[in-house]
Design a protein around this ligand. Structure first.
Ligand code: ADP
Ligand code: MG
Length: 710
């Protein structure tokens, strides 16, 4: 049934948020909890007991029967195990509803089957989940609003405290940047801000296809993307889908998605049709980094669940269809103090804003120094089809500053001082009835992977299926490092009363030393690729080539310095990445083999047999008839069929051969260099056949059916 209440009534109704806590917790307990959250300390068990009790009572009122420690292991998905609020039956046969403080703050799921990258042998199955009390608990209702589970956002660690999830390093990196950013603010005389938090707004792109058609596409079902598919007559070239009218079926879906998300306290704000047919986008209002990461998981999950209810399938893969745009997730990132100062806000006259210029040049330095690591943070199997393919940012990391900041930077580099900022002009529409607009001082650049957009940076490489956590772990840590290095120099200068001079010198030094990372031109052009080589910028165009950057001495030093990852944790993550890549490619190759052998070849055989017998029939009925077309078609089909069979054989041999390569990097590289090209070889004759064989005999819905009949 349609929920007709207004947003403000619905918003957060299933969240154990601050308002609920204030209402329900005794004042003293509430204060203790807030203090613990603010200081990031461990929660006292006596306090936890009271919080747990109230949380349980509240959850029961929402219809919950179970609680779950909700976490984000390194599988890309979220994980949950449900426990009923239930004690052992009493002698009378009655049971009590129980939930203790201990159960709230710590869980111990059997962790043996989650990827650990060698951090933990299978017999050492212990893993712990710990409540991340900075992200509020919430209740998710069952189908039709019945029942419900209380979800407690948690971090997931091994018995020895090593991070096994996305959240632990994210929280650690937030600590790191908080500490260093505060140190920097103090140098500028700020004594009033007490916390600096990265704010993140993740724009989520996705495709919607009809579920019945989806189920007939085994490639989509098994791998999340199409492995075959001839181009339809129309793609996205008319740009008529982008920001187009949202059709009823999709609008109804979006309405339900929004309602579900609002109830969960996710501030779903913007929705629109994207560039490719059947592609859409949802963006929430930005939130604190770890909350934004949790919320993005809820967004992805909700899109899928609600799509299912509407007879649709939400496809989150980065490149579900060749020939039209893929999906990404723009990660908008800024640094905001607890008293509301955005460190990335340049103000109207950036050239006078010394603090901003220092922050900016520190970020340039961070991105330049660790470009490969930042690239790695967005590495994802599906992103290999996207990055560098002239629809998404190139695989080369660079920073777009725009005209105004570029000009300030040039002044700094050439004269050591910036004396003016380019002002935004007025936009003259040439229409008498329209007012002239005040224009931004800077245009946008869609082709940049890391673009300054007014008061935030937009990191555009993250994959649509991926967690935003890794990208933010890297961003937070590399910027923390630049801040720390700057502070060390500046604090020394302060002792000798030379702070102001030192800040100017440092800004100039960083701007000059790292200007090669700045690129304001067309990131899709071939000239840029050549120019990037000249500048010595890394161009890592596939996932397997990015992974080594996780474990360089430089990276280990960086992450250990700020307590974000240990060497062992980094090694385990690299191993998991290789493993993930290998498994995904193995599944894709096997799915191709399966579909080609069991669906496509039989269909083509059937078609050619029917064609041959009709040729014979026509011949015997009237030997004189012109059957050149039928014969030509039969020949074309037979040739493409032979090519298919040969390519299939080759792919099968190469895929089987993978087991001869040691697991880890070698096997992953083998898949990338040998199996991936063989998959592309198989696709060519199959897509050709799709254009030859009668539509009703082709064994699966076409691109046209999937993209234009939603
Ligand atoms: P656009 O990128 O088209 O300008 P928006 O301004 O709406 O779109 O921003 C896109 C995303 O960036 C939204 O999720 C928004 O909440 C988020 N965002 C806006 N300001 C900030 C900020 N200061 N820090 C982080 N994210 C932000
Ligand atoms: Mg944007």
């Amino acid at each position: 049934m349609q929920d007709t209440r207004c947003i403000s009534e619905i918003f957060g109704e299933l969240v154990f948020n601050d308002m609920v806590m204030q209402e329900r917790l005794p004042k003293k307990i509430y204060k203790e909890l807030k203090k613990t959250i603010a200081e990031g300390k461990e929660l006292d068990l006596a306090v936890a007991d009271v919080v747990a009790h109230e949380m349980k009572e509240w959850a029961l009122e929402q219809g919950a029967t179970h609680y779950s420690h909700w976490f984000q292991p390194l599988t890309g998905a979220t994980a949950e195990k449900h426990d009923a609020f239930l004690s052992a039956p009493q002698p009378s046969g009655k049971v009590l509803m129980e939930f203790s403080g201990k159960e709230l703050v710590k869980g111990e799921p059997d962790a043996s089957s989650f990827p650990s990258g060698g951090l933990r042998a299978t017999f050492e199955a212990r893993g712990y989940t710990a409540w991340d009390c900075t992200s509020p608990a919430f209740v998710k209702k069952g189908k039709n609003g019945f029942g419900g589970i209380l979800y407690i956002p948690t971090a997931f660690c091994s018995y020895k405290g090593e991070a096994l999830d996305q959240k632990t390093p994210l929280l650690r990196s937030m600590e790191a940047i908080n500490e260093q950013a505060l140190r920097l603010l103090r140098l500028f005389g700020n004594e009033t801000s007490h916390r600096v938090t990265p704010s993140v707004g993740a724009e989520q792109e996705y495709f919607l296809v009809d579920r019945e058609k989806y189920l007939k596409r085994k490639d989509l079902v098994f791998t999340g993307r199409t492995l075959f598919g001839a181009m339809p007559p129309k793609g996205q070239e008319l740009d008529d889908h982008y920001f187009g009218v949202i059709r009823d079926r999709i609008a109804a879906f979006m309405r339900d998605v929004n309602t579900e998300l609002w109830k969960l306290g996710v501030s779903a704000k913007t929705q629109h049709n994207e560039a490719a047919p059947a592609q859409h986008e949802l963006a929430p209002i930005y939130a604190e980094c770890n909350l934004a990461a949790d919320h993005n998981q809820l967004v992805m999950e909700t899109l899928k669940v609600v799509a299912y209810r509407h007879g649709l399938q939400c496809v989150l893969h980065e490149k579900p269809f060749a020939g039209v745009n893929g999906s990404g997730k723009h990660n908008n990132w800024s640094l905001v103090t607890d008293d509301g100062i955005n460190l990335l806000d340049p103000g109207k006259t950036p050239h006078e804003n010394i603090q901003f210029l220092l922050v900016l040049t520190c970020i340039l330095r961070a991105v330049d120094k660790h470009a490969a690591l930042l690239r790695e943070s967005a590495a994802d199997v599906g992103n290999d089809h996207r990055l560098g393919a002239a629809e998404a940012p190139p695989a080369i990391i660079s920073v777009y500053l725009g005209e105004q900041l570029q000009d300030v930077l040039s002044q700094l580099i050439s004269t050591g001082e910036a004396t003016h900022s380019i002002k935004g002009g007025h936009l003259h529409t040439g229409v008498r009835t329209l007012p002239d607009f005040a224009m931004d001082a800077t245009d946008r650049n869609r082709t940049s992977p890391f673009a300054f957009t007014g008061n935030k940076f937009e990191f555009r490489m993250v994959g649509s299926r991926d967690s935003v956590a890794p990208a933010n772990v890297v961003l937070n840590t590399i910027v923390a490092e630049s801040f720390a290095d700057a502070c060390e120099r500046l604090e020394r200068a302060k002792e000798t009363d030379k702070l102001e001079m030192a800040i100017h010198d440092l800004i100039k030094e960083y701007a000059s030393a790292h200007q090669r990372i700045v690129f304001n031109g067309n990131g899709y052009s071939e000239e840029w690729v050549a120019e990037a080589v000249r500048r010595g910028l890394p161009n890592l165009d596939c996932m397997v080539d990015t992974i080594p950057s996780l474990t360089t001495e430089d990276s280990v030093g960086l992450f250990e310095r700020f307590g974000v990852f240990t060497r062992a944790e980094l090694q385990s993550r690299a191993e998991i990445q290789y493993e993930t890549y290998t498994k995904a490619m193995n599944i894709e190759a096997r799915a191709m083999i399966d579909i080609a052998s069991k669906q496509i070849i039989p269909a083509v055989v059937q078609y050619t047999t029917a064609l041959a017998s009709s040729i014979n029939q026509i011949k015997s009925a009237c030997g004189e008839a012109n059957i050149s077309v039928q014969i030509e078609l039969l020949k074309e089909c037979s040739n493409a069929l032979a090519a298919t069979k040969a390519a299939l054989k080759e792919l099968t041999v190469l895929t089987d051969n993978a087991r001869n390569y040691p697991e880890g990097q070698e096997r992953a590289v083998y898949f990338r260099r040998k199996v991936v090209p063989a998959m592309e070889e198989l696709r060519v004759p199959v897509d050709k056949l799709e254009m030859l064989v009668a539509k009703e005999m082709w064994p699966m819905p076409s691109y046209g059916d999937l993209l234009f009949e939603v």
